[in-house]
Design a protein around this ligand. Sequence first.
Ligand code: UGA
Length: 442
Amino acid sequence: MANPSIRVTVIGTGYLGAVHAAVMADQGLTVLGVDLDQAKIDALAKGEAPFFEPGLNEVLERAVSSGRLTFTTNLQEAAEFGDIHFICVGTPQKAGSNAADLRHVNAAVDGLVPNLTQDSIIIGKSTVPAGTSKALEERIEEIRPRNIQVRLAWNPEFLREGHAVKDTQLPDRLVVGTDDDEVDARIREVYAKQIEAGVPYLRMDTATAELVKVAANSFLATKISFINAIAEVCEQAGADVTALANAIGYDERIGKSFLRAGVGFGGGCLPKDIRAFMARAGQLGVDDALVFLKEIDNINLRQRQRVARLAAEMLGGNVIGKPVAVLGAAFKPDSDDVRDSPALDVAATLHLQGAKVLVYDPYAMENAAAAYPPLNYVESAAEAVRDAELVLLLTEWEEFTALDPVALGELTPARRIIDGRNVLDPKKWREAGWTFRGLGRQ
Ligand code: UGA
């Protein structure tokens, strides 16, 4: 159990902050979660996650009922609560630009720092462009109470939605940017449990820590777009990208993960992070170094168009008025997040082309309907598929990968399917009478 006399705040309780706050409190720290959104705070205070994340409700409930996890919307209360403050607010893409919008980070610092009542450490976890810490340090210096010392470190987060609890309890590494030994020692106390469990603790300067995060996400995006580009070639060459990915993945230098070709990457991180990275490189005068990320982005967005084109092709060139089932709305399984979701994007494209699109997702329906109201949302896969001229599997929920092609085929005489995630066994589906198309395979 970590030391409960360590009192930390977590500012921003979205997909990152809510999990961080819950896990830190569950591991023994005394934690105050802070968010502007009253409804979110009310749910969290009752021990209920305001979004779907496997395992989070259990950890939240434990942490809240232990009395070590409380919530507020008041930054002044946060400033007085403890001396370690994590910044976990969102850094979305700026409207009309590729750059990251740092307004929530700046607002958190501006709201917190003038109210501090003791020497404090601010630990940034949000994904930010290189150089943000330096700029924030100057801002903090201007607004801090004159009798109080405020130090800043950067500690990027690598959790994956759908695995966020485990990734926070036992991350594959801790990256900490600070040149201050005392700050380093305090952060080691906060992460005592992880360090004890053998998680590598990597200390570096803040600029490197900031860059580690965007470099990691850019590498992951590059892997996915690489295999999607190869998938395009495979289709024309009569090859199978799933067999190819498996074969190249045996080489340890390449590895098998993140080589699943399909409708491509989405979510609140990879797409905006590669764009923000390019924008920052431009500001630093090294745009040429990251020009390749533009192509990574292009390949990724092209996958969505390719799926929509394939759908039209399978429907004889015209989708108008045709019932189409879309299985999946979340950007990935085990999440209800629909931010920049490839599934929803393809569903919306087909809807705009005139198809009658019926969407079903086990957990993301509410968010999908809020993000894209004109689609028809139905209550089950069977309801979406019944009498559909075409079925598209676009988020690989286990519920969909386990579908029985024979039983499903009885609902839809047309029996046409696009496996947009390359997770189904084409042989099984073809044997059950389906016209089956995957991406990058015959
Ligand atoms: C990503 C990173 O994986 C995390 O390490 C990072 O902390 C996080 O962003 C963040 O910056 O906060 P996440 O957005 O949760 O995590 O999702 P991923 O698991 O990376 O998947 C991203 C997208 O790539 C999904 O749409 C997924 O379907 C797609 N994907 C993934 C593929 O198309 N093919 C693959 O082989 C793997």
